[in-house]
Ligand binder design. Structure first.
Ligand SMILES: Nc1ncnc2c1ncn2[C@@H]1O[C@H](COP(=O)(O)OP(=O)(O)OP(=O)(O)O)[C@@H](O)[C@H]1O
Ligand SMILES: [Mg+2]
Length: 294
């Protein structure tokens, strides 16, 4: 098994010409810095949620997911990961030709979109109504793509700029799939007390057809807010990383590497939030999900 890429969170191996093995680690980043301590179980939570949504969205578009787990008989030793560790955090996926854009959908005004709106009254270059508040719900979900930077930060772009990068037809198809997947996800989540403020899909071509790839509607790719804490005019606590962010802010850390060592109670509180996000959204018990964390 050839190791072909490691991102901040995932380690990717090539199984054959057509298929990749995604192994999702327990690494966590905050303020764009990867912490030195893993959050045990986080990679299994992200994998479990992605599998949950892939099933929920099956009629919106194809996804890249072939199967959760490591294919029987595959020597994971080659990748220096034990079978029990790899089990619940691995996915076999179809290799896709990824679009060079990130397919962001925003239902609420937050993050970099709120910063832009405050500066110029626009969101990804398009005008918005005057007088909107931070975290306010947008008149309807909006497809707000960004570039997919290989180095540095992704840049927010307009739909027209995305169309110049991938072509009109492809950009329109990506917008349709992303909006529908967001609407489905947001509706499902709202019944469980969670607002999906925004999310980022990564789409790619598999056998010439546009498919949802990467992770799907996870706390790492989305802003999840507890619905009972949402109030326009302020930033609701994020569902997952808030205990970590609060602790980091309180230490006075400058948000540059190296990060401070995380105390066990912060690690545990963060793990609990990730697990709760999965259990609330899926209605399933994380205890039933396969694999171990070491
Ligand atoms: N089916 C697929 N075929 C090929 N590449 C894929 C597929 N699905 C996702 N990818 C790519 O695999 C990578 C996933 O790894 P990961 O999420 O760790 O890294 P990243 O998001 O690129 O970088 P980082 O998280 O460090 O910013 C991404 O580059 C993503 O675009
Ligand atoms: Mg990623």
């Amino acid at each position: 098994m050839e190791h072909i890429y490691s991102g901040k969170v995932r380690d990717i191996y090539e199984l054959d010409e057509d298929r990749l093995l995604f192994v999702t680690s327990d690494r966590i980043s905050a303020f764009d810095v990867v912490m030195s301590e893993p959050i045990p179980g986080k990679g299994r939570v992200l994998t479990a949620l992605t599998a949950h949504w892939a099933a929920q969205l099956a009629d919106v578009a194809p996804t890249h997911l072939v199967a959760v787990g490591v294919p029987p008989g595959l020597d994971v030793g080659a990748a220096a990961i034990s079978p029990a560790f790899a089990a619940g955090r691995s996915m076999v996926v179809r290799r896709a030709e990824m679009l060079p854009i990130e397919c962001i959908v925003r239902g609420y005004l937050s993050g970099s979109a709120w910063a832009e709106y405050r500066r110029s009254g626009t969101m990804h270059g398009e005008p918005l109504p005057a007088g909107m508040l931070q975290s306010q719900q947008l008149p309807g979900p909006v497809f707000t793509p960004s570039t997919k930077a290989t180095a540095g930060h992704d840049e927010n772009i307009s739909f027209d700029e995305a169309a110049r990068l991938v072509g009109d037809k492809m950009a329109s198809a990506a917008r349709e799939i992303s909006l529908e997947a967001y609407r489905r996800g947001a509706k499902h989540a709202s019944g469980r007390g969670i607002i999906i403020a925004d999310t980022k899909f990564e789409l790619g071509l598999i056998d010439g057809e546009l498919a949802i790839c990467d992770e799907i509607l996870t706390p790492d790719s989305s802003r999840f807010w507890p619905a009972d804490r949402w109030q326009p005019g302020s930033a609701p606590p994020s569902f997952d990383k808030q205990p970590l962010r609060d602790w980091l802010e309180a230490t006075g850390w400058e948000k540059m590497p190296p990060p401070p060592a995380l105390p066990p109670d912060v690690v545990e509180a963060t793990r609990t939030r990730y697990v709760e996000a999965y259990e609330r959204l899926s209605g399933l018990s994380f205890g039933d999900w396969p694999g171990t964390d070491r």
